[in-house]
Structure formats: structure tokens, C-alpha cells
Design a binder for this molecule. Structure first.
Ligand SMILES: *[C@@H]1O[C@H](CO)[C@@H](O)[C@H](O)[C@H]1NC(C)=O
Ligand SMILES: *[C@@H]1O[C@H](CO)[C@@H](O)[C@H](O)[C@H]1NC(C)=O
Ligand SMILES: *[C@@H]1O[C@H](CO)[C@@H](O)[C@H](O)[C@H]1NC(C)=O
Ligand SMILES: *[C@@H]1O[C@H](CO)[C@@H](O)[C@H](O)[C@H]1NC(C)=O
Ligand SMILES: *[C@@H]1O[C@H](CO)[C@@H](O)[C@H](O)[C@H]1NC(C)=O
Length: 399
């Protein structure tokens, strides 16, 4: 147990570091394994369990792959997809091990944490993998709870991109009774019922009054959705402004509160930056905001308002729902408040105002900066935009 503490700390650090780069930059596990047909089953299940995503968004990672024969032994156990996810997540190590590094382990062995270990599903020290470099170049992998099962043996290296990703073939699936334990399927989320129960009834009612919009939220529940729901008080205060919007404007405003990807609280904290929403059109990257960690608080900042997350209503991969204290107003629909610039030397030019707006602004900000009033064409495209977003989310999850 003693050694688990620094290891845990190290793996949390790694996790945080990895989460800072959520977008695939460079590696795509699905694509790499596609070049090795004898790993097609393993590859298929990485996608089916959404672990491919997890691998692509991390840096400094090692994947222990088993070939189709090895996978058929695992599949013969008829585990559910959720359980398979746990078993396969044991095979993703939160560190970069080239085969060369494994043959040079100091003191002959090391303990690595796996994605299973950091998933929150692994009790105690399960999810840690003991890697041992034996004499004559044999390297073995065994879980901490293997219970007498023989270790898996390193067969060969499939791909190494130092120090981002290493894919190694091992002889068999790692055995772990804990990872193979049945996982209870989470109850399906009924979004409007959940929102109504947790202090967002007014927002839920707005969604129920816009069935097309609600459908888009619901379609995303399966593939990845983060919802920022304004409290009942915030929606009430916003009532007159909402009523003033056109039908398309209302739809865009509601869709603006959904992000077509799953952001756990941890990911939100570490992914400060630019978020596109269900209302974003693929062409313009409009209807976006930035999420920032501000001390203990997390804020969602549009050009018009800054809302603060007040609680986590749901965190159940692939969905998260957060309560916020204000309605998010996109600058595509509302005026950007005038900023009073103290000591402004001369009438501030538009350009300098933008420069002052901060580094988080995207190029799209420049192009659409005068577009603070309702843009009918932008709002009118909300449906296609949301569908594109849904598709994009689906693609991200499927790979
Ligand atoms: C590894 O990842 C970093 C950060 O995303 C990237 O800049 C670099 O090009 C990658 N290295 C290789 C060899 O692909
Ligand atoms: C990864 O590669 C697969 C197969 O080539 C491709 O379908 C998918 O779009 C890629 N994913 C990303 C995020 O680039
Ligand atoms: C890993 O397992 C081997 C063989 O059981 C053992 O000798 C070694 O001490 C373990 N390594 C660590 C770092 O616990
Ligand atoms: C959510 O629950 C409400 C009320 O029970 C029901 O009318 C609605 O059909 C449910 N929605 C889904 C998507 O199951
Ligand atoms: C509604 O729109 C009108 C006309 O654009 C504007 O004068 C009024 O201030 C708006 N009301 C609210 C509450 O935003």
C-alpha cells in the first residue's frame, strides 16, 4: 500500500497533464491498429468501448494490444460492454514504455498505473500493472490481483511515437477478477426529469416547449453531452429577454447551453478554453464560449455574460450536467456590454478593444465581431449546425 501513494499522485499528475490536451494531436489508435489486421478485434473493441477516444486524447501512453486469438479468449467469457471496457482499460498504461525502456528497467521491475486504475472503478491497488524485465530479455506484465494466473509476455513492439504513444503486443489478456466483475448498467438519463428535480425546472420547461431542440439534446445523450443549465431564478429573470427572441433565436439560445462532448468535472477544470456548442454552425465556429477555472470556481464566459457553475447535477460518462447561475447569452443574439476603459488615450479603436479581449478569442471573433445583434442567417441555421455537431460528436466517439 505504501508505494501506492506516490504512484497515485504521479498517475493523477499524468492524468491531469494528459487531460490538458483533449484533442487528438498526432496519434489515432484506430488508424495505427488498422495497419495490423491481426489486431482488428482489439481495435474494434477499443472503439466500441470508447477507449479509443481516451487513448487519442492522452499523451504519454502505452497500449498493450492482444491479437485476435487473444481477444477470442476474452470474448468467450461473454462479458458486457461495460465490463469489457474495464478489462481493456487495464491494457492502457498511463506512461510511455518503449520496448527498449522495458528491457532496461532499473531494478528489473516497475509498477505502472492503468486507465482502469484511474477510472474510479478499481478498488484498492487493482489497476496497477507489475512489469518485470527477466533475464534473457523476457518482459512480463501482471495485474496486482491476478490471483495465480500466469503473466502476459511482451511479444513485440507495434508502433512507438516517442514519448506520446507506444503500442506493444502482449501474449494474452491481463487477468484481473476485479476488472472482470459485472458492472451495473447506469440507469438511462431522462434529461428533463433530471433537470426538473435538480433546480432547473424552468430550463427543462423551455426544452419541453421546443421538442426539436430537446430531441437534439437527447440524441447527444448517447454519444457525449455536457449541459450547462441555468437555475430557475436565472431563467425567470431572463424571461422578458427570452420572449423577445424569434423562434430561431430561442432555439439557438437553448442549444447554446449544450456542448456535444462529455466533460467530467476534472476535464472541465483542465480543459480551460474554447468550447463550441450545439448551436455552433460548422462553418462559422459561432455560438461559443470559454470555460475558465477561477480559484475553486469554474466559469463559463460568453462575450456578454460570465456564469459560474454552482453544482454538478450529473457526471455519468458520456453525460455531464452542471447548474449555472446565469443564462448564457451568445453575442450572436445579444449586445456585448460596453466596456468602460479607464485612462483610454483616445477613442478606442475596434482593434484595440479586441486585443484587450484576451488570448482566448478565436479568429472567428474578429470576423464576426460586429455581429452583436441577432444574425438571422446564423440563427436560422441552428438545426443543420446542431446536426453537424451531433455527427461530429458521433464520429469522435466511434473512432
Ligand atoms: C507528440 O505530441 C506532441 C504534442 O501534441 C506533438 O507536438 C508532437 O509532434 C508529437 N510527436 C510526434 C513524434 O508525433
Ligand atoms: C482515426 O482514424 C480512423 C480510421 O482511419 C478515422 O475513421 C477517424 O476519423 C480518425 N479519427 C480522428 C479523430 O482523426
Ligand atoms: C513485480 O513482481 C515481481 C515478481 O512477482 C516481484 O519480484 C517484484 O518485486 C514486483 N515489482 C514491484 C515493483 O513490486
Ligand atoms: C422523460 O420522462 C417524461 C415524464 O415521465 C416522459 O414523458 C418522457 O417521454 C421521458 N423522455 C424520455 C426520452 O424517455
Ligand atoms: C425587446 O426588443 C425590443 C426591440 O428590439 C427592445 O427595444 C427591448 O428593449 C427588448 N426587451 C428586452 C427585455 O430585451
Amino acid at each position: 500500500m505504501q508505494r501506492a501513494v506516490p504512484l497515485l499522485a504521479a498517475s493523477l499528475l499524468l492524468l491531469a497533464a494528459a487531460a490538458t490536451f483533449p484533442v487528438a494531436r498526432g496519434h489515432n489508435i484506430t488508424k495505427i491498429l488498422a495497419q495490423h489486421p491481426e489486431f482488428s478485434t482489439f481495435n474494434h473493441y477499443l472503439s466500441a468501448t470508447h477507449l479509443a477516444n481516451e487513448i487519442n486524447r492522452r499523451l504519454t501512453i502505452t497500449v498493450l494490444a492482444v491479437d485476435n486469438a487473444g481477444m477470442s479468449d476474452l470474448l468467450a467469457k461473454h462479458l458486457s460492454l461495460l465490463t469489457l471496457r474495464n478489462v481493456l482499460s487495464l491494457h492502457i498504461l498511463s506512461d510511455y514504455y518503449s520496448s527498449r525502456k522495458l528491457h532496461q528497467l532499473s531494478r528489473g521491475s516497475t509498477i505502472s498505473s492503468s486507465v482502469f486504475q484511474s477510472s474510479g472503478h478499481a478498488p484498492g491497488t487493482t489497476g496497477y500493472i507489475n512489469i518485470t524485465d527477466h533475464r534473457r530479455g523476457k518482459v512480463t506484465f501482471i495485474t496486482e490481483d491476478a490471483g495465480g494466473a500466469p503473466p502476459a509476455v511482451l511479444v513485440k513492439s507495434l508502433k512507438e511515437i516517442p514519448y506520446n504513444i507506444s503500442i506493444l503486443q502482449i501474449s494474452t489478456i491481463l487477468s484481473s477478477p476485479e476488472a472482470e466483475a459485472p458492472v451495473a448498467a447506469p440507469a438511462p438519463v431522462n434529461l428533463t426529469v433530471l433537470l426538473a428535480k435538480k433546480g432547473c425546472k424552468a430550463f427543462a420547461d423551455l426544452l419541453l416547449a421546443s421538442p426539436d431542440v430537446l430531441q437534439i439534446f437527447e440524441d447527444n445523450l448517447d454519444v457525449g453531452l455536457t449541459v450547462f443549465c441555468p437555475s430557475d431564478g436565472a431563467v425567470r429573470a431572463f424571461g422578458p429577454k427570452y420572449k423577445n427572441l424569434t423562434v430561431d433565436g430561442k432555439a439557438s439560445l437553448l442549444l447554446y447551453h449544450g456542448v456535444p462532448a462529455y466533460y467530467s468535472p476534472q476535464l472541465l477544470k483542465t480543459n480551460n478554453g474554447f468550447f463550441t456548442t450545439l448551436a455552433t454552425t460548422s462553418r462559422n465556429k459561432n455560438f461559443h464560449y470559454t470555460v475558465r477555472t477561477d480559484g475553486d470556481a469554474i466559469t463559463v464566459k460568453t462575450r456578454v455574460v460570465t456564469a459560474t457553475i454552482t453544482s454538478t447535477i450529473l457526471d455519468q460518462d458520456p453525460d455531464a450536467v452542471y447548474a449555472i447561475n446565469k443564462v448564457l447569452q451568445p453575442r450572436e443574439l445579444f449586445k456585448i456590454p460596453e466596456v468602460v476603459e479607464a485612462d483610454a488615450p483616445a477613442p478606442a479603436s475596434k482593434k484595440s478593444k479586441h486585443a484587450a479581449a484576451g488570448p482566448e478569442e478565436s479568429p472567428a471573433d474578429e470576423e464576426a465581431s460586429d455581429n452583436s445583434a441577432l444574425s438571422l442567417s446564423a440563427a436560422g441555421r441552428w438545426l443543420t449546425a446542431a446536426m453537424a455537431a451531433t455527427l461530429a460528436a458521433a464520429v469522435i466517439v466511434v473512432v
